[in-house]
Design a binder for this molecule. Structure first.
Ligand code: HEC
Length: 146
């Protein structure tokens, strides 16, 4: 079971080599809240719903993601631990995914009615698999899994 999932994830691992390798094990060894299975299903959810804006490896599409666009909105930030997604606990990440950015003048669409709870959590697991252990530990210190 575990073996076949790892095979499934191989392309992910290989394309991740230029950046940080994804941490796919969500078990005690890495102290992550998610499982390998969630990262695998999150990959599918993410590619279908999020990658067009946040990049296939959650790396973001523009380097100047802090600079507002002409219409005053912000470009989609990277979610791979290099921007500030790790400042938000899981409950807040879920709120953003559910409500999108409309509330604060942003352009991200809301996914409340598009994805179920398991898919949203899997998408979070997927982009967190790119977080270094250091970033993940800082997120945990700030109450990450709350
Ligand atoms: C149409 C483009 C678009 C799509 C599709 C999209 N996002 Fe976003 N996302 C954004 C933008 C733009 C922002 C910045 C806030 C804003 O302007 O709405 C953002 C912000 C976020 C944030 C907050 C990041 C931070 O650092 O605070 C998270 C988390 C997030 N998106 C996750 C997702 C997930 C997960 C999906 C897929 C289910 C997704 N987004 C799909 C454009 C998008």
């Amino acid at each position: 079971m575990r073996q076949s999932l790892l095979l499934l994830l191989c392309p992910l691992l290989m394309s991740g080599c230029s950046k940080a390798d994804p941490v796919i094990a969500g078990d005690e060894e890495f102290h992550r809240w998610y499982t390998v299975e969630q990262v695998a299903s999150g990959n599918i959810v993410f590619q279908q719903n999020c990658a067009q804006c946040h990049g296939e490896q959650a790396q973001g599409l523009v380097s100047e993601w802090r600079v507002r666009l002409e219409d005053g909105s912000l470009p989609p930030p990277p979610l791979n631990g290099t921007a500030h997604a790790w400042h938000h606990p899981k409950s807040v990440l879920l709120q953003v995914i559910n409500g999108g950015g409309a509330e604060f003048g942003g352009k991200m669409p809301g996914f409340a009615a598009v994805l179920d709870e398991a898919q949203k959590l899997a998408a979070i697991a997927f982009f967190q698999s790119y977080w270094t252990d250091e970033i993940y530990a800082q997120w945990m210190q700030m109450g990450g899994t709350n």
